[in-house]
Design a protein around this ligand. Structure first.
Ligand code: NI
Length: 226
């Protein structure tokens, strides 16, 4: 499931983020790529644990903690610290899959279930630079306004098309979900969305709403690892 989460950051937060990102020191993105990724990756990144990455990462994680759509869609168990990349003219990241396991700074490992891209550039600031996610039904091209985020299964092959004008700046990160399976996670999200819609119509104490809510939690008991 590809899902856009609109307005994760306010326009003020995006502007503040851009000020910090534009002043930060960037390094070659190949530093953090795996064996296959390094061959097709040509971009810039903020160094892990640089002050700018830490400050903006905190801002993003705080915003996501208050984003019910995000929580419902991904059911996060562990979120890796947000990273930041920049693509100038001619830069690109060819088709690849993200590594299955990544290490946290504290030595814990995280299984990458969901990949997240949060845009810090608006679509009119650059040409090209689309995130293209492939799935069995075909590929989907994504370019969202600054402050918006796209979620996609980390199992997907994906790429960033070459930028042909301007600069594309984004945050990207991964998370491990309490629900490992993409299909099960999607059913839970759709059920939660339906319960919320029905609850709006009938009220949270309506007998059908209560019954469906119990089904949601019982499915969580079957599928989730807490
Ligand atoms: Ni990737």
């Amino acid at each position: 499931m590809l899902l856009a989460i609109p307005n994760v950051l306010t326009s003020e937060q995006v502007a503040e983020g851009r000020r910090i990102l534009d002043a930060a020191e960037w390094i070659d993105g190949r530093d953090t790529a795996g064996h296959q990724g390094a061959r097709v990756k040509n971009n810039q990144q903020l160094p892990l644990r640089s002050p700018a990455a830490e400050q903006l990462g905190q801002m993003i994680l705080k915003a996501l903690a208050n984003a019910p759509l995000f929580m419902s869609a991904v059911l996060p168990a562990r979120i890796l610290p947000p990273m930041f990349n920049r693509y100038g003219v001619g830069q690109t990241f060819g088709t690849h899959v993200d590594g299955a396991i990544r290490m946290m700074g504290n030595g814990n490992s995280v299984r990458t279930d969901v990949s997240c891209t949060l845009f810090f550039s608006n679509p009119d600031e650059y040409d090209g630079g689309e995130l293209v996610v492939e799935d069995t039904y075909g590929s989907k091209s994504v370019k969202l306004p600054a402050g918006h985020m796209i979620l996609y299964p980390s199992t997907s092959l994906h790429r960033v098309n070459p930028v042909t004008r301007g600069v594309r700046v984004c945050s990207f990160f991964w998370l491990q979900s309490m629900v490992r399976d993409n299909g099960e996670r999607e059913q839970l999200y759709r059920l939660d969305r339906s319960i919320r819609a029905l609850g709006q119509e009938r009220g949270a104490t309506d007998a059908v709403v209560v019954e469906l809510t119990s089904l949601y939690h019982n499915l969580m008991r079957l599928w989730a690892d807490a």
